[in-house]
Design a protein around this ligand. Sequence first.
Ligand code: ZN
Length: 449
Amino acid sequence: MKIPAILAMLAALSGCAADPIAPAPASNAAPAATEVEITRDAAGWQARFRFAEDAPVWAFERSALLRREETPWRPKSWTVATPGVSLVRIGDFDALVADSGTVPREVVIRFRPLAEDIIADYDPAIILSDGSLALYGGHFNAFPMDSREAVAVLREPREYPARIALTAAGAPLLFDGRRMTRAEAVGDRYVYVGDVSLAADDPVATILDPGLPRWISGQLRDFTPAVFRDYEAMMGSHKSSRPMVIASWAGAEFRGASTGGSVSPGLITMRLEGTQLLKETPGALHQMRWFIAHEAAHFWLGQTVGYATPDEAWITEGGADFLAMGAALRADAGFDAAKFTAEARADCAAALAKGPLADARRRGDQRAYYACGSLFAAAVEAAGRPRGKGFADFVRTLIATDSDGRLTAAEWLAAARKFGVPPEQLARIDALRAGMPDAAPVIAALLGD
Ligand SMILES: [Zn+2]
């Protein structure tokens, strides 16, 4: 199995930042909310929209295409049950349109949950082998438009308030870290429909597909809560409610090994498939652990305290990678930390030769933030070592002292100075951030060799 390829795929799929879509703010003053009631009965799933105003078109905020076919996904999943209304594609948007006049205030669609990959957005559903599933609420957000022509030329979705609730005929749900039978204010999050055994002190709800190869579920069952517990002991509590981790198994028909993942508010998902994953290999085990450990770190460094601008993603991505390295070492003393650092050094130096770190994302080089940021975290770790402190203690101080949860580079550097990082080290970090043709000697000095 090609580990680098899987690494790259995980990094690409994790899309670590936050939401892949940031809707433009609404131009008009606070309209009333659309109410959406998602239910399951003997006939299947339906969504009942109650629109707050009259409009000839309701377009869907999230209208990305299927990755494989590059076609809209809703026609594969949704059927409009209300007469006089059609589901159509207009420009960049899926939309409900009235055959004449305005769309009725109440529209019912029936749907078959669709577990397919869509481009740069969340899968509509995650379906496990036992039929339990998670549904993504954000795909039910729609906004009114005056005409089809207006939608055709629209570039960015509009934001419109919606109250989305979900029930499954009394079946147990897991939402916002708690078991319930009706989820309300679902918003842009997944609701898991299925039964999860959960102890009051579980730091994370780990949902494992019963079809997963036993070695994978065994490893994830132990490793996932251990990572969250360790991080909590090291950094204190994060601000989210109890996270969910869902690992699904897509079968062994694919002859290789495919390990994909994504992250959405409160949820880490992994999708595993392939003949090569039927038996344990060190590479596959490491990749799964790394993915969980990196994404779990974001509940502290990313969500509880994050960056002020994605230009400074090194604060969260580098920090999460450094914390993941610690978790990988705790899980496996044989983990090759030297290789991790060597790769970070090489990738960081290569990125900085092309320009400032802040501009890396505009050069299509997201990796720079992981690589350089993990080296900056290593410098913080080294500065704390004489006092028996580490990078996790530094994150704890960031969380304790940051007022708005959005760190600038200047705030990070000031906190690092307070933590005991010497001025000459801070100067090196500053110099590296600006970019330089040959960063290797400065990186070597930063790492003390
Ligand atoms: Zn990340």
